[in-house]
Design a protein around this ligand. Structure first.
Ligand SMILES: [Zn+2]
Length: 359
């Protein structure tokens, strides 16, 4: 548990205008500040912030609270997460109560996991543009990715390199056990090797934009015998139940538009978001966990399904199965049925230009 001293220090340091002002645009109005409410859709501001009282209130939807409540509601954080986030922002050292030594250790492990992932991201991105990544890079160009888009989505390449492209440096850094714990390095019979090998890598972030793992895709026809995609295993920092791909970039648009497009895969998400349909997310993997549905309900109550254009009968049944589960969880659902086409850009243009009606 975070110590009461830390909590009071955070409350004392939290500047509500600074905190809310970095999320939405605020304008001074008399003694207060006003802006467009981030919790409901509006064109004229009814959202007021009082610096002297340290509170906000929306006269449209009734949302109200202090700086901590705002972080919890806007960034979808728990109370301790909000305190940690603000402590970080105002350079306050967090003290934990003694009986939670284990919690502090978990925190250190998470920190090390994040640093390993950051290292991997740099290595994978470098490899894509190195000699080993040439075929993968050409494959991405062939799929319509430009250098700019590749960079924006942080795509990279996990080369073969004796199965130890990232394993060897991680061993040298003394971080093998943490890397094993998060599944980025696999050890069997005493032999350690990379989890992702000879695949295009796509970084996955949580809703706050923190890197939590990598998915890997095959890119050569001769690898068709392997799974097309590999997703990260569950770990301290990656829980499939709390993971929706694209959510950190989609979040604001989902809030503004009041719904999320749900597509099937990573490239679909890229194509949609890059074409202005920013409120698009995808599950990480084919299955959608019960917790994932509960988690997305924190962000929106309306999901618009876009089943894959080449979806066969079984694919459509799978989508329908998911829809029922979303409905059972109290969400509103719609489906956009796309005409058969193999070109992602084509159907996005249809969505954008002809404004297909959800059915
Ligand atoms: Zn409001």
């Amino acid at each position: 548990m975070i110590s009461p001293a830390t909590i009071s220090a955070v409350f004392a340091a939290a500047d509500i205008i600074d905190i809310i002002g970095s999320a939405i645009q605020l304008k001074r109005k008399g003694a207060n500040h006003e802006g467009l409410c981030p919790f409901h859709n509006e064109k004229t501001p009814s959202f007021m912030v009082s610096a002297s009282k340290g509170i906000y209130k929306c006269f449209g939807c009734g949302a109200n609270g202090n700086a901590i409540n705002f972080i919890i509601a806007y960034d979808k954080k728990t109370y301790p997460e909000a305190i940690e986030c603000l402590a970080d922002r105002y350079n306050i050292t967090i003290e934990y109560e003694k009986n939670t030594q284990a919690a502090a250790e978990t925190r250190d492990t998470k920190k090390e996991m994040h640093s390993i992932l950051k290292y991997c991201a740099t290595q994978y991105e470098a490899a894509l543009y190195g000699p080993e990544g040439q075929t993968a890079l050409q494959y991405l160009y062939g799929r319509g990715y430009t250098d700019e888009r590749i960079k924006m989505w942080g795509m990279g390449f996990a080369p073969l390199r004796d199965f130890k492209y990232i394993t060897n440096p991680i061993i040298n850094m003394g971080k093998l056990s943490t890397a094993e714990e998060m599944g980025i390095v696999k050890t069997t019979n005493g032999i350690s090797r990379d989890f992702l090998i000879n695949r295009i890598t796509i970084p996955i972030h949580d809703a706050q934009g923190t890197l939590t793992g990598f998915a890997g895709r095959i890119y050569r026809p001769e690898d068709d015998k392997y799974p097309k995609w590999i997703n990260p295993p569950n770990s301290l920092i990656y829980q499939k139940g709390q993971q929706w791909y694209g959510l950190h970039t989609a979040q604001k648009a989902i809030q503004q538009q009041g719904f999320a497009y749900l597509v099937e895969g990573y490239p679909d998400t890229h194509a949609m978001q890059d074409n202005g349909l920013t409120n698009t997310i995808a599950p990480c993997g084919k299955e959608i966990a019960e917790e994932q549905i509960k988690y997305i309900a924190r962000f929106t109550r309306h999901i618009v399904f876009i089943p894959n254009i080449d979806a066969n009968q079984s694919g459509q049944k799978a989508v329908l199965k998911h829809i029922n589960r979303f409905i059972a969880a109290g969400l509103r659902t719609s489906v956009i049925q796309l005409p058969h086409s193999n070109d992602a850009d084509e159907y996005i243009n249809l969505l954008l230009n002809q404004k297909l009606q959800a059915v």
